[in-house]
Design a protein around this ligand. Sequence first.
Ligand SMILES: [Zn+2]
Length: 236
Amino acid sequence: MMDAALFHSDLMIAYCGNPLDRAENCRGDEDWLLKACQKGRFLAVRSGKVAVHGGMPPTLFYSTYAQMAPLIEAQADCVFLGVQQDQTPLFAVRCPKEWELPTDAIQASRPLLFLDGRSLAMQLSSPAHDQGITGIVAQALAILSWHARHRFCARCSSTTVARRGGYQRYCEACNSEHYPRTDPVAIMVPVRGDFCLLGRQPTFPPGMYSALAGFVESGESLELRCAVKCMKKPGS
Ligand SMILES: [Zn+2]
């Protein structure tokens, strides 16, 4: 059993605490989505990175519908993430590599830049920071990555189209629905007394160690994965 003392107030678990109401009951309503889009905020995602105001701590940069309309009308991937606590709809849009952040939104004191999820989590690792940002960014990057990799039907290879605010792809050729893939994983830190077990890959830079982690296979329990992961390979 994990030492409860590890879960002290200085520990933050990245990508948790997403505060958005995903409004599942509204996703299938195209009229509602259109109105939400026109009054919504937009996260700009480019090459797997999200636009943020730099500095410590970084904060999310929200584009307006007017700024994103050219991309949306050009059929850029646009997904509805959910509704923020102030009832503002939040979307994420994939921007082409050559796309630049709006010049009228760039503030010299808070430079705008694109940051990957891990770097953002590292910079928001204190409980004093907004715990929900990394969860929102994880959602945005994951769903846009799924769209980029699943444009064609797995049954008939026809081109699929996004539906339900980006949480479904539909094949009009064979009438099949496709949903975002979820890969469960387990991550663990075995502890004994004041010691814990970490690991490292040959590709890690010198001095870098990490918790142990692995994907969970179909029908495999998380508890079994944790136990097996901590054992030596058979024959070694
Ligand atoms: Zn198909």
